[in-house]
Design a binder for this molecule. Sequence first.
Ligand code: FES
Length: 183
Amino acid sequence: ASIAEATMTGEGVRRRDFINIAAVSFAGVGGLAALYPLISQMAPSADVLAESSTEIDISAIAPGQAIKAVWRKQPVFIRNLTPEEISAAEKVDVSTLRDPETLEKRTTAGKTNWLITMGVCTHLGCVPLGAGEGEVKGEFGGYFCPCHGSVYDTAARIRKGPAPKNLEVPPHEFSSDTVVKIG
Ligand code: FES
């Protein structure tokens, strides 16, 4: 019998199935083991989730700067957009975006310069760079995730790389012109 015929025998098929199943299970176990620290970090305990809100003084954040705050043990980026960054974000044809959202929808009316998002990449949860690391803002002027190269624009919308969604906007409101309450 030829090699092709031999692999079509029942034994050949069973062996191949076994190898496939073994490969899938190994990937499954390896994948879960690799993800566990991430999942445990991304799923805060009930106590932490019960933490209602946090107030952040934003008076020292100059236009063009972003800081990293913490809410529910997760990073939150608070960014003061320059007029140029606002117009760059508004010029984008939203229908071409992977996760189409306007800057207006992602910010508070009358305060479109304040962009507040979770600092958690929507791919696998790394913390993107660009908030408090000098000028690392990626090619679209927003944030860059060093884990697998996702690039977010000045409205923290996903523009390149594997992340499926924009950086999430957490619930927030302005207590005054200089204080924002997250949560
Ligand atoms: Fe950010 Fe993968 S976790 S690109």
